[in-house]
Design a protein around this ligand. Structure first.
Ligand code: APR
Ligand code: MG
Ligand code: MG
Length: 191
């Protein structure tokens, strides 16, 4: 387990903690940008009501519902899409830097490109939170073009909580971007 992360069980035993659960939904794609640059994978994030980028999900009270049921409920509200999240989708849990009393639980689910399109469609049409808590879904550009276009520019935006760390960890963990490319993109993002 990476340093700073807690097991799901230890996280749940934290007395007085609030819990937030978020998920990365992603898929492989054969699509190319401008018919030459492989897009490789589709990763969904969202523009939040506060102007920050984040993953779909939200607060869950484990005394009322399981973390996974709570996350599934948040996904229904924010995406208008029914997805039954399970413990198998859990990636890690950690205290957030902003508050040691808030535990962030991160999940990931690989889908088919067709399913990701359905999520995007539902999020923009039937989701009750669309235009309220959620301003819209965005795909993460994973390629780097000249001048920092693509992933470096994306990483220079502002993210909620430790969501940017969750994104960087997931890119490496699931082999979505080679380590050297990510390190270069992170350097460019800071310039
Ligand atoms: N990683 C870590 N922490 C996160 C992440 C993330 N990816 N995303 C959000 N958080 C933290 C933020 O501090 C956030 O306020 O978890 C909290 C809950 O997540 P939200 O998705 O914002 O919660 P949600 O239940 O969907 O929305 C409730 O309405 O009343 C407002 O401000 C309140 O943000 C809250 C929202
Ligand atoms: Mg919500
Ligand atoms: Mg939310």
């Amino acid at each position: 387990m990476a340093s700073g992360t807690l097991s799901r069980q230890d996280a749940l035993s934290c007395v007085g903690c609030r819990h937030a659960c978020h998920i990365l939904l992603y898929a492989d794609t054969e699509a190319q940008l401008f018919e030459e640059t492989p897009i490789r994978h589709i990763l969904l994030m969202q523009m939040r009501f506060d102007g920050l980028l984040g993953f779909p999900g939200g607060f869950v009270d484990p005394s009322v519902e399981t973390l996974e049921d709570g996350l599934s409920r948040e996904l229904w509200e924010e995406l208008g899409f029914s997805l039954s999240v399970t413990v198998d989708d859990h990636v890690n849990s950690c205290h957030t830097p902003s508050s040691s009393q808030l535990v962030a639980h991160f999940y990931a689910r690989k889908m088919e490109e067709r399913e990701i399109r359905e999520v995007e469609k539902a999020a923009a049409t039937t989701a009750t939170d669309h235009g309220h808590e959620v301003m819209g879904m965005v795909r993460v550009p994973l390629y780097t073009l000249k001048g920092g276009r693509g992933l470096p520019n994306f990483l220079s935006h502002s993210f909620i909580g430790n969501c940017r760390c969750q994104l960087e960890d997931a890119l490496l963990r699931f082999g979505l971007v080679p380590r050297e490319e990510l390190e270069m993109a992170l350097q460019q993002a800071e310039q």
